[in-house]
Design a protein around this ligand. Structure first.
Ligand SMILES: *[C@@H]1O[C@H](CO)[C@@H](O)[C@H](O)[C@H]1NC(C)=O
Length: 139
């Protein structure tokens, strides 16, 4: 119980003071690797915090950062879309989930967005792994 209280107050102090020793700053990068001339449209959200619409060209990067909340429930979803030969590929993906990602990518979570899916850098593997495929497009 005492331990819980101490951790709680340290966390609170860390948030209030902005020191962030218990809730480090995390950066998320999305890199467009869809191919030359292919644009990637991005809209990410955390609860009521809408990061807006962005469009990036091939090899460009979209980036944002934040601190994980004290309860480790920080969660960002992104709607991503792109086009190829008149077909729109679209998906809603969990891009940052503190529960999944605090260990997986720690403070730098970068994603390569490719025609074959979404690849995230995972520390244990020391490489990118595909966490999502694009859903089959609507006809
Ligand atoms: C994604 O799009 C759906 C449907 O248009 C919308 O309801 C949802 O809020 C969007 N999510 C994000 C993360 O932008």
């Amino acid at each position: 119980m005492l331990v819980v209280l101490v951790v709680f107050f340290l966390g609170l102090l860390s948030q209030v003071s902005g020191l962030g020793f218990l809730n480090p700053k995390v950066r998320v990068y999305l890199i467009n690797e869809l191919g030359p001339g292919k644009k990637l449209t991005i809209n990410c959200k955390e609860k009521n915090n809408d990061l807006g619409w962005h469009q990036i060209s091939y090899r460009e990067m979209y980036e944002w950062h934040f601190r994980i909340n004290l309860w480790r429930t920080t969660l960002f979803w992104c709607n991503l879309s792109w086009h190829k030969s008149g077909v729109t590929y679209y998906g809603s993906f969990k891009i940052y989930d503190a529960e999944r990602d605090e260990g997986r990518c720690a403070i730098l979570c970068d994603w390569k967005i490719r025609p074959t899916g979404l690849y995230a850098y995972t520390n244990e593997i020391g490489n990118y792994e595909r966490l999502y495929r694009w859903p089959v497009p609507d006809k």
